[in-house]
Structure formats: C-alpha cells, structure tokens
Design a protein around this ligand. Sequence first.
Ligand code: KG4
Ligand code: ZN
Length: 333
Amino acid sequence: MITILAIESSCDETSAAIIRDKKVLNNIIANQKIHEVFGGVVPEHASRAHQQNIVPVIDMALKDANVKKEELNAIAFTRGPGLLGSLLVGTSFAKALALGLKIPLIEVNHLQAHVLAHFIDDPKPRFPFLCLTVSGGHTQIVLVKGYLDMKVIGQTQDDAVGEAFDKTAKMLGLPYPGGPMIDKYAKEGNPHAFVFPEVVMSGYNYSFSGIKTAFLYFLKEKTQENPNFIKENLNDICASMQYALIHILLIKLRKAAKDLKINEIAIAGGVSANSGLRTTIKELAVKENWNVYIPDFQYCTDNAGMIAIAAHYKYLVEEFSKQDIVPLARMEF
Ligand code: KG4
Ligand code: ZN
C-alpha cells in the first residue's frame, strides 16, 4: 500500500491531499479571501496566508483520511511554476516533513499535474491525447504520450487566457477572481452582440494581449457615448468576450487535433471550469468525432489532488528529489 501526502501552494490556494494506491482520498483546499480586497493576488499576502494555512490544511487532510504521519511513504509538493514566496512555503514544509519522517520527497510540475488530474476519476483519456491547459498563468496545448511523457506544442506568447478573463472582469468593475464572474453574466447574454478582434498566431501558439487592449478601447469609446453602457449591457459584453476567448482557444486546438490526427482531447486548469468552454468543446466533439475529457470542478482550479496523482506515477518509477531542491517560479517540462 503506497500512501502519499501532496501539498500545493503555487499561487493563492493552500491545499493538501492524501492518495493511497492511486485513489485520491481527499482534497482539502483553503482559499485566500484576502486578495478580493486588492482585486488580484498580492504575492506577499499569498505567502503569509500559506504560512497560516499550511499546518491546519495538512492536519485536516491526515485526520480526514484517518492516516498517521508514520504511515506515509512519501511527501509530494509543487516545485513550480508559480509565485516564489508561495512555493517556498510548500517546498520548505515538504522538505522538513520528508526529512523528519525519513521518507522520499517528490517534486511535481504544477502544469503536468493539471494534465494528470484526468487520471483521478473515470473516464480517463487514452494516450496519446491533447490537453488544452488553460489557467491564470498559462495557456498551452500539450501532447501527452504517457503519464510523465508530455510536450508543449503551442502556448501563449504573452498573456494567459485566465488573465484575459480576469482583466476583462476588472475593467468591468467586477470582483476578483473575474473568470467565474464573466462566466456567470455570460450565461444570460448574447455572444454575438459585440465582436472583438481575434489575433491568430502562427502554429499552435496563442496571443491574448491584443484582445485585452481592444476591449479596453471598446469600453472607453462606449462609456464616453453612454456612461451607463456597462450596466445596461453587462450580460452581452461578458457573453461576447467569453465567446471570442473560447473561439481563439478552440481554433488552435482543432488545428492541432487535425494535424496530429488525435481525437482524444482533454481540457485542464482553472479556465476549464468555464461553462461556455465546457459546452462548446462538447458540441465541437460531436462535429469532430472527438472523445472529450473535462475534469470535475474541484480538480480544475488549483488543488493538491492533482499533485497527489502526479506524485503517484513518479513514486512508481522512483523519481525522487534531493533535499537541496529549490522551487522555481518558471518551470518547463
Ligand atoms: O489553474 P488556476 O486555479 O490557477 C493557475 O494555475 O493560474 O486558474 C485560475 C484562473 C483564473 O484566471 C480564474 O479567473 C480562472 O482560472 N477561472 C475561470 C473560471 N473559474 C476559474 N475562468 C473562466 N470561467 C470560470 N468559470
Ligand atoms: Zn493552476
């Protein structure tokens, strides 16, 4: 029986999970409310909140799973990418615990973990598959050939799509995090009410900074004409922007699937919680003959369950880390 404690602290969620023989027993997540006041994640506050949360969250995960520290076979943690101060909290805690218990330490790449979240529950994608990883910090198309055999074949050259969602919301005066707010108002709006210019990059790459700037100028112009423009059109604005962002995402995913002749398609990361994206990709799947895999909501945004499943596969091949390991704000795979 292999039991692993996994810790995630890359951004503004402090999370711990216990995995036993490939089964994720729990997934405890402490959200940091402090950032709402500032309209975005403040790195300094995030590190402090992780320091406050980490012991209670890990205690809760162990108690809930009825697992004693002495029963653990390894400690896993997110090495990066993420906010350095936040990563340091999880890394230091994991190192100390592994050292004290004399058990292996397993580093996990946060983005690989988002992809591997698909192996927590059924149905599971078959290799090779394409994963569109869409989060607050990343937008990637990943070719996944094995649990630990992945290649990024396309990615954003500037902003991440989650950032585009969050900045759009901020410009509209909506609270942080903005993505779920856009999603909420878009449900009641007309996606074709307004058209925003979509920048199409070469290959499978993305760019979201142009549409963000275009949105800013669009709002400036419209609110000059009518100061109540946002209030009167909020649903339609959100629906139209969400439609454009999803459209940009899916053009490239479709191209990659066609070129590589792959019909196993997955989405992962915080933005995969978006109801518009979930519905549109399911509709596209019918047309393109894809098998589509969408994670459970709790495994879309940052969580330790995904770190735990990644750690499980690393444990099987004994991919352990040394005690001198340091977190990395930027980390490739
Ligand atoms: O994966 P994640 O939790 O953190 C990072 O690794 O960045 O992703 C967070 C991002 C944020 O930009 C948030 O606004 C976005 O995911 N997000 C959404 C939704 N839920 C979360 N974006 C659009 N619609 C949603 N329902
Ligand atoms: Zn993430």
